[in-house]
Design a binder for this molecule. Sequence first.
Ligand code: 3PG
Length: 306
Amino acid sequence: MTKVLIATEKPFSGKAVSEIRGLLTEAGYEVVLLEKYGSQDALLKAVEEVDAMIIRSDVVDKDVINASRNLKIVVRAGAGYDNVDLEAAKAKGVVVMNTPGQNANAVAELAFGMMVYLNRNKFNPTTGTELRGKTLGIHAYGYVGRIVGMIGKGFGMKVYAFDPYIDKVIIENDGVVSLSSAEDLYRTCQYVSLHIPANKETRESINYDLMNLMPQGATLVNTARKEVIDEASLLKIFNMRSDFRYLSDIAPDCAAEIEQHFEGRFFFTPKKMGAQTAEANLNAGVAAARQIVNFLDRGDETFRVN
Ligand code: 3PG
């Protein structure tokens, strides 16, 4: 019998798990559930006999790929697949997919949740600031970036975007001003929301020179990956500019230093939680299950990333 492993260190909601299970059982597959497993050894063991795997930010490295005997497909229920060794998978003939867009709304809402939270001084009763009338820059106009733009306009912000891979017409049709360089975006916008993937080109690409272009009231919002920030630059800009603030879905490695010196100018979620809503769990989890069935039963490789 075809076995599908749901390996989620950060579990889906119960409802999402039961819908995923229902869909896979209906297709004639057996479901193996591994949640909050703590150590990579548990994942190495669980992967041995399965044909397919649904993961979230779970690390699927060479060891995991090589520990599997029957694995044919890994679906990352979410957008970013920097946690999967694509080459190791390819070398072993394992298809890797993601589920683009399925959790985008949850991530976009968190970006604004963090902005409002910090602007209202973490809800202490002192005087805060508003988003209306401020400039918002979207760095990468994918599924999340687009929704951030829509919500930003709802807040009355002036919205700009930079994305070299998206046609300017698509951006401007959404009523968003398309800028032709990252430098222009940072120079123009008080708030910059990051939606770039983490890869060789983008790792540590958000550096001091870029951040320092931001006008007074600079707030960098990172619901992408902490790895895209150059942390030496981050500490430098916190030191050089008293107006600079940083919001991040998961703390940077240099969090202790920021927490010690820059009270009131940052907020970090304790665990990556942009996609942690009932809706996003359901959308991404069920999409992943469906993609597995479509691939194993019909050879459909839509959303393949390796
Ligand atoms: C993504 O890349 O889709 C998000 O970062 C969500 O990750 P998560 O499923 O681990 O919460």
